[in-house]
Design a protein around this ligand. Structure first.
Ligand code: SF4
Ligand code: SF4
Length: 91
């Protein structure tokens, strides 16, 4: 029997991060994402205000969303530094 870790999916080196202040909720990125990891969200205070959130575990770092965002509101960043920073913040 082969160890499960041998088949563990390799995580991408980069992940997409949305600058929610710049995001208009136009949904263009959702259309292009090949792994369907972008969700449209609605502001609680103002339901007309929309933005997207990216599931960083599922993101494969393909860059399509960043390339096609008409508002240039998605940054690609290194997964490792991001996870290290997140660990420091949430520890
Ligand atoms: S980088 Fe690719 S996989 Fe990640 S959210 Fe953007 S389109 Fe989806
Ligand atoms: S394409 Fe850009 S502006 Fe449009 S929803 Fe996605 S991140 Fe927001």
């Amino acid at each position: 029997m082969v160890a499960a870790t041998k088949h563990a999916k390799k995580k991408s080196a980069y992940i997409a991060i949305v600058r929610s202040d710049d995001c208009t909720g136009c949904e263009a990125c959702i259309v292009f994402c090949p792994v369907d990891c972008i969700d449209l969200m609605q502001s609680r205070e103002n339901p007309a205000e929309k933005y997207v959130l990216i599931d960083k575990e599922t993101c494969i770092g393909c860059v399509l969303c960043a390339r096609y965002c008409p508002w240039d509101s998605i940054d690609m960043i290194g997964r490792e530094p991001f996870e290290q920073r997140a660990e420091l913040v949430f520890m």
